[in-house]
Design a protein around this ligand. Structure first.
Ligand code: NAD
Length: 511
């Protein structure tokens, strides 16, 4: 699901700009510059100029600014939530739980853990030719990182990578989604107030072409978005051999085993299926329930889905917000209509929401679904929960793995050892047992997709090392003028070396 191009208009001074809408009302709330390749090249020069001084500040100096920013996010949370809501249409709670809490945690986490994850490592070797030498592995910042973000979590998804990239000593250019650029501009204001040197963190607003121009200018590109755009980014990066890390789409399955706590499974499926209007890369997108608990599960999900309040109200007054990206409503509608045409039943919702303007789709529960339907095979990215009855766990695992995607998954069962064994057979980057999605908040735990869901991962040691170059160091401190294997070669020395290697590696019986 790639964003369709936004209309661009020319300002009085001849600059290009695009409009930003509030998707809950359809009102235009801002205009942002649509930056071109020359603007991006100038920003890249600036970013490169200031990067060595940023690196020289060390972990402590950079960490001080990141820790100040952690407090800034908390002190300004209502302002930030207002900006996020104005361009995404999400509820106050969705913004607080998944954006503010993540952002604040991440600024502190990387300030504390960057030095640990990127510390020089002593390496021991069994190679005889390097005996007595000092071997080290160091993680050195790559230089200038380009981060391209999606619209569903403008703070969490984009800054989830900008923060570790900065903590590692890189300068960063962030290209936020053209649907939600305002959150990034707000956070850039915070970073400036917290003392980040000018040019170290820059926001490049623009459409897809701005993202493509960024790929040409940076030392590494961190992309989060659709699988279709991810492939284009990787193709473009191949021209300059620029390393990429890709966090892409998903179609996360939930498996409900016959011994599951059906209440917990139903509540979790509904919450993480509808959270953020279903616009989460690791939303519960499809559910497989073993036959003995199917009716009870469907009844519980249906009852609770009917009680959901959808709208644009203040904190506590609504549960599910609007769609963020207008064409997303068409995608959700297409999936529901296709399922209906192929025999699915709609138990709750199943239509565009009636509101005063904006882009809405009702929380929807579907049953009698199968794998001929796009609702089960393609990423829906909306407030839908298709539920399929399965004979047994073998069928559930087979169905869960019958997908081009492999981002997240969940398994429910009271016998957690058994549920874990099932979880280990699911093809996904992360699998939860008796839970879903919440693994994302554990910044120590890697999160990344397999199959068409991506390359690389976020969080943990790998989530910061991807922004560095591994440099191997070998230091010879005490040595003779010449090692025995050096020139000139002599038959005598060669024979001795041959014997020596035979002694080291050729003794003993083998099967
Ligand atoms: P998208 O692919 O349409 O756009 C993502 C970004 O790429 C935007 O900033 C866009 O302007 C930019 N872009 C568009 N064309 C480009 C090009 N040719 N070169 C470089 N950049 C270009 O995705 P979206 O619709 O904004 O986001 C939703 C998608 O993101 C869903 O598929 C969702 O699953 C995925 N997602 C994945 C994760 C994850 O961690 N795996 C997290 C959030 C969202």
């Amino acid at each position: 699901m790639a964003a369709t191009e936004q209309p661009v208009q020319e300002t009085a001074s001849g600059k290009q700009e695009f409009a930003v809408e509030n998707p809950a009302t359809g009102e235009v709330i801002a205009h942002c510059p649509d930056l071109g390749a020359a603007d991006i090249a100038a920003m890249a020069r600036r970013g490169r100029e200031v990067q060595p001084a940023w690196d020289a500040l060390g972990f402590e100096g950079r960490g001080r600014i990141l820790r100040r920013m952690q407090k800034w996010v908390i002190d300004h949370q209502d302002e930030i939530i207002a900006v996020i809501r104005s361009e995404t249409g999400k509820t106050y709670e969705d913004a607080l739980i998944a954006e503010i809490s993540y952002g604040a945690a991440a600024f502190g986490f990387w300030a504390v853990n960057a030095p640990k994850y990127l510390a020089d490592e002593k390496v021991k070797s069994s190679a005889v030719l390097v005996k007595g030498k000092k071997l080290m592995l160091r993680h050195k910042p790559l230089g200038l990182i380009g981060v391209i973000g999606p619209w569903n979590y403008p703070l969490t998804n984009s800054f989830g990578d900008c923060i570790p990239a900065l903590a590692a000593g890189n300068s960063v250019i962030l290209k936020p989604s053209e649907i939600t650029p305002l959150t990034s501009l707000k956070l850039a204001e915070g970073l400036r107030e917290c003392g980040i040197p000018e040019g170290v963190f820059q926001v490049a607003t623009g459409l897809g072409a701005t993202g493509a121009a960024l790929v040409d200018q940076v030392d590494m590109i961190m992309f989060t978005g659709s699988t279709a755009t991810g492939k284009k980014v990787m193709q473009k990066a191949a021209e300059t051999l620029t390393p990429v890390s890709l966090e892409l789409g998903g179609k996360d399955p939930m498996i409900v085993l016959a011994d599951a706590d059906v209440d917990r499974a139903a509540n979790t499926a509904l919450y993480y299926g509808m959270f953020n209007g279903g616009q989460t890369c690791i939303s519960v997108e499809r559910v497989y329930v073993e036959a003995p608990v199917y009716d009870e599960f469907v009844a519980k999900v249906t009852d609770r889905a009917r009680a959901l309040r959808q709208g644009d109200g203040p904190s506590g007054s609504v549960d599910v917000g609007s769609m963020t990206f207008p064409p997303q409503v068409d995608i959700v509608e297409r999936h529901v209509e296709d399922a209906k045409a192929k025999g699915a039943k709609v138990l709750v919702g199943g239509a565009r929401g009636e509101h005063d303007g904006g882009y809405w789709y009702e929380p929807t529960v579907l049953v009698d679904v199968d794998h001929t339907m796009s609702a089960m095979m393609e990423e829906t990215f909306g407030p839908t929960l298709p539920i399929m009855k399965v004979r047994d766990e073998e069928e559930a695992i087979k169905m869960a793995n019958d997908s081009p995607y492999g981002l997240g998954a969940s398994v429910f069962g009271r016998d957690t050892r058994h549920a874990e064994a099932v979880a280990r057979r699911v093809e996904a980057g992360a699998v939860c047992v008796n839970d879903a999605l919440i693994n994302y908040s554990a910044l120590e735990l890697p999160m990344g997709g397999v199959k068409a869901s991506g390359i690389g991962s976020r969080h943990g040691a790998g989530g910061i090392r991807k922004f560095t170059q591994q440099q191997a160091l070998l230091v010879t401190r005490f040595a003779t003028k010449k090692d025995p294997h050096m020139y000139p070669y002599s038959a005598k020395m060669t024979a001795r070396l041959g014997k020596f290697f035979g002694f080291l590696y050729g003794r003993g019986k083998r099967d």
